[in-house]
Design a protein around this ligand. Structure first.
Ligand code: FE2
Length: 178
């Protein structure tokens, strides 16, 4: 099963949420592929990057975020792990990992516990380069303002809510990926 089949399976063809998900996922995919093109020395798997970017948010329909048309029962933060569970059901383990590791710049079990976040207490950090690039590229875009692209500075500011470590990690990625 390919990325677009997964979206087709869970998002009705003519739904506004599907349009928003596809728009956002394409923004992330194009940015990730641009990084791969500009940085051949990183040896990124472009085909995987594209698939991963297209499904990284596939869990949003199971979550509650009425502002973007999501009316599921789960807290929005759970969209990563829930999307990962859907992908694991299809046997897509490496795509599942991208889903569950893309919140902020990744979250540690300690942060999840300390901040009482509604997530399984586990280290959910992007590890492979492709996991890092999708997580990084995603941060430039907002589903509540799909027409906007943040600058590096604006994106760093948007991550302040995840603490100074998250901002520093993002800036490290910016040095490597821009
Ligand atoms: Fe996203």
């Amino acid at each position: 099963m390919e990325a677009l089949d997964i979206i087709q399976k869970y998002y009705p063809f003519d739904s506004a949420l599907r349009q928003l998900l596809l728009h956002h996922s394409r923004q992330v995919a194009l940015r990730a592929l641009d990084i791969a093109r500009r940085h051949p020395e990183l040896g990124l798997d472009a085909a995987f990057l594209e698939q991963a970017a297209m499904v990284h948010d596939v869990g949003i329909f199971l979550c509650n975020a009425p502002g973007i048309g999501c009316h599921g029962p789960a807290p929005y933060l759970m969209h990563g792990p829930l999307g990962a569970a859907l992908l694991r059901q299809e046997g897509l383990e490496s795509l599942a990992r991208v889903c569950e590791r893309h919140t902020g710049t990744g979250l540690t079990a300690l942060e999840i516990e300390r901040r009482g976040l509604p997530l399984p207490v586990a280290d959910l950090l992007p590890e492979t380069l492709e996991e890092q690039v999708v997580c990084y590229a995603d941060k430039f875009f907002s589903k509540s303002h799909p027409e906007r692209v943040r600058t590096v500075e604006q994106t760093a500011a948007s991550l302040e809510k995840f603490g100074p470590e998250g901002v520093a990690k993002f800036m490290g990625w910016a040095e490597r990926f821009e």
